[in-house]
Design a binder for this molecule. Structure first.
Ligand code: CP
Length: 299
């Protein structure tokens, strides 16, 4: 098992190391290992942004490994009195914490924390930059479904690519595992440079979905948009939403993912979100095993 000091992003992580993490997650997922590697250690969740899945998942994973979990949020903390991120992180580390799991609205925040403290740091989402544990659980969910055969699989990633740290981490993760990536969304939500990184890029959803083995729908992130990047939600759903009709036209074995939270009826129809193709709750379930593997790797 590879060990590293921090997990700040997927970019630059060798494919072999990603595969090791997935394999270890699989051992946790299948109950082949019950190690309580973090007994006597403290894991601090430091979340400057709201979270349902990531924070709870790290809490369940850390507790499952025997750690004590400290959950810190802005509300009720001295950050609301103006204490800086670095001061907050240094003070939390001074409590004897072994691992800080940090989510922040600014890209680079996790790296800043890692430079400021002596303990391990895991990026739980920094601005529009990366969300590495999400990409690992997405990859693991597909890896498990496909029996580890990722090479050449067509994965369409659809929606607000521009603001999505999930898209960025998945680009690096799925590419390292040999998948063929297709990014699709309104022209205003497609950042430059994706084609240069080896991905297919289109604004036509039906082109992206043609032959897809997996479709990852992304949330429209209204909180990160200062401009109107599409005319109306009805038009967005009609042009870039995974409607019942589009889902019915997918390959029979194609699967649908979404990192959550889902804007039902916007990027994804409720019937597809809850339907046979959907792996959305399996992603959440797998996330606990993946985060156990990540916590173990940085500990
Ligand atoms: N996927 C994800 O990051 O969800 P949360 O914002 O609920 O953690």
């Amino acid at each position: 098992m590879t060990t590293r000091r921090h997990l700040l992003g997927i970019e630059g992580l060798p494919g072999a190391e990603i595969e090791q993490l997935l394999a270890r997650a699989h051992q946790y997922r299948e109950g082949h290992v019950g190690g309580r590697h973090l007994v006597g250690r403290v894991v601090a969740n430091v979340f400057y942004e709201p979270s349902t899945r990531t924070r709870s998942s790290f809490e369940v994973a850390a507790a499952g490994l025997g750690a004590h979990v400290l959950n810190w949020t802005v509300s009720g903390s001295s950050a609301s009195k103006g204490e800086t991120l670095v001061d907050t992180a240094k003070n939390i580390a001074a409590l004897g914490v072994s691992i800080i799991v940090v989510r922040h609205q600014s890209s680079g925040a996790a790296a800043l924390v890692a430079r400021s403290v002596g303990c391990a740091v895991i990026n739980a989402g920094d601005g529009q930059h990366e969300h590495p544990s999400q990409a690992l659980l997405d990859a693991y969910t597909l890896w498990r479904r496909w029996g580890g055969a990722m090479a050449g699989k067509r994965v369409a990633i659809v929606g607000d690519i521009l603001h999505s740290r999930v898209a960025r981490s998945n680009l690096h993760c799925l590419k390292a595992l040999g998948a063929h990536l297709v990014f699709c969304g309104p022209p205003t939500m497609l950042p430059p440079g994706l084609a240069e990184l080896g991905a297919e890029v289109t604004t036509e959803l039906d082109t992206a979905l043609d032959g897809a083995d997996a479709v990852m729908m992304l949330r429209i992130q209204r909180e990160r948009q200062s401009d109107a990047l599409f005319p109306t939600t009805a038009e967005y759903h009609a042009r870039w939403g995974l409607t019942n009709e589009r889902a019915a036209a997918l390959k029979p074995e194609a699967v649908v993912l979404h990192p959550g939270p889902v804007n039902r009826g916007l990027e994804l129809s409720p019937e597809v979100a809850d339907g046979q193709r959907s792996l959305i709750l399996e992603q959440v379930e797998n996330g606990v095993a993946v985060r156990k593997a990540v916590l173990e790797a940085v500990s």
